[in-house]
Design a protein around this ligand. Structure first.
Ligand SMILES: [Zn+2]
Length: 451
């Protein structure tokens, strides 16, 4: 049993319950009590944590990522999406299981340090002979200790058939489907306390055939897993859909069975009112990635419109090659800023930004019953942020401090009650070793590209 007391608590429950001086009790990986003042427990806790000066929030949920890109950061610095992809695809052709293990460890370790307790990944590059990439990811995530929803991605539309990626980085359609089904069979855990769940995730309209999209949707529904893809990210993608399919990206997705309450879409930047209404009517979720959208100059997603329509919206850092900071805690402020640049100062409140990164993400991943808020019975995925340092001094409202202030130091990060970060340091893995392995992966990939 762990007791945390003396901290502010923002539960993000349905009533918006907050405590200025509260306690949390965790037993057997779940939250068993939350309330004001000190905890009253019959048994003496194994660990009692003084949360004075801290804010407890639900652990943050990252809804879109490409962990392998940890090996190709800082490149194509002034390209739009298509130019950036065209420069990086040939590098990614050199990926293998060792590099994917190293980049997954680095990326998830960094996410943990930024307050994230659950992350997706979207791995869509599967080079021939690259080894068992999904197993490498699942193993590396287990070492870091985050809850992990890897999406088995795929591409089968190479340049010779009108797609954007070079032919040598795409898979055969049947191989992509077989690899996806295999990942579900081996790693998907439907249990409500699952540490690993698989989603089905063909990459994007300009890198995937309609056959793969349709059959992937059938596979996901047959297996009872979720669907994820990139959609409506850039103007160029919208033009591609008009030219090739004669409709906008959301109409295209709907025609393929790709809208629904088991689907969440990355980006959804370029949407008209009809597209927003279709996402809302179908219960389709959105992974909002404001820093990546800014880095690639893709645009400002209509987050206010999506929320007003009732669309589940989560936050995503997106791959570390298209937004090198990759700090999910800092993405709270970026989301607020992006919404306000588009819609004015009332477009997103600080508490709404926190809600996107917690319950919004949980809804996107189909886990709103298990994670995303601090409520009795839910899994003990908790971030405890230090707000008593100079960077947050003079801000009385802890949520304003967390969202509007600089990234807050992380006092403690619990995943299922297990400490993954304590006093700003990873407890499950050696951070210096993650740095060494990520550096080695980057150098190996560059060497392979030079050959
Ligand atoms: Zn992406």
């Amino acid at each position: 049993m762990i007791v945390i007391e003396g901290c502010a608590i923002v539960t993000v429950d349905g009533d918006g319950t907050e405590y200025t001086d509260g306690h949390l009790v965790i037993d057997d990986g779940r939250i068993v009590a939350v309330g004001s003042d000190a905890a009253r427990t019959a048994d003496e806790p194994v660990q009692r944590i003084d949360g004075t000066g801290c804010l407890a929030t639900p652990g943050l949920v990252n809804t879109h990522h490409h962990l392998y890109q940890w090996a190709t950061r800082g490149l194509a610095q002034q390209e739009n999406l298509f130019g950036w992809l065209t420069e990086l695809y040939p590098l990614w052709a050199g990926l293998d299981a060792d590099l994917v293990a190293a980049t997954t460890g680095a990326g998830l370790g960094w996410l943990a340090l930024s307050g994230c307790t659950t992350s997706t990944d979207h791995h869509y590059v599967h080079p021939t002979g690259g080894g068992d990439l999904m197993a490498a990811q699942v193993e590396a995530a287990g070492e870091v200790g985050l809850r992990f929803h890897p999406c088995r991605g795929s591409m089968d539309l190479g340049r010779s058939r009108g797609g954007l990626p070079p032919d040598h980085v795409v898979e055969d359609t049947d191989a992509a489907l077989a690899g996806t089904e295999d990942a579900i069979d081996r790693f998907h855990d439907p249990a409500d306390d699952a540490m690993v769940r698989i989603a089905v995730a063909p990459c994007s309209p300009f890198s995937v055939t309609t056959t793969l999209m349709t059959e992937a949707a059938d596979l996901a529904r047959r297996k009872g897993v979720r669907l994820h893809t990139h959609l409506a990210e850039t103007v160029e993608e919208a033009e591609y859909c008009q030219r090739v399919h004669g409709c906008d990206p959301v109409e295209y997705a709907e025609s393929l069975g790709w809208l629904g309450d088991n689907v969440w879409l990355a980006h959804a930047v370029h949407l008209d009112a009809a597209a927003v209404a279709r996402l809302a009517a179908t219960g389709t979720g959105v992974a909002h990635c404001p820093s990546s959208n800014a880095r690639l100059g893709a645009g400002l997603a209509p987050v206010r419109d999506l929320l007003d329509a009732g669309v589940p919206v989560g936050l995503g850092v997106d791959g570390p090659a298209s937004q090198e900071a990759n700090h999910l805690g800092a993405e709270l402020r970026q989301a607020l800023y992006a919404a306000r640049l588009r819609g004015g100062p009332a477009a997103l409140a600080a508490r709404e930004a926190l809600s996107l990164a917690t319950m919004g993400g949980a809804r996107c991943l189909g886990r709103s019953g298990d994670i995303g808020s601090i409520e009795v019975g839910k899994l003990a995925d908790i971030a405890l942020w230090r707000l008593d340092g100079l960077g947050h001094a003079g801000i009385a409202d802890p949520v304003a401090a967390l969202v509007l202030g600089p990234p807050a130091p992380l006092e403690l990060l619990l995943v299922g009650g297990r400490p993954v970060v304590a006093r700003g340091e990873l407890r499950t893995v050696d951070e210096r070793e993650l740095v060494r392995r990520a550096g080695r992966a980057q150098r190996t990939l560059m060497r392979r590209a030079d050959r």
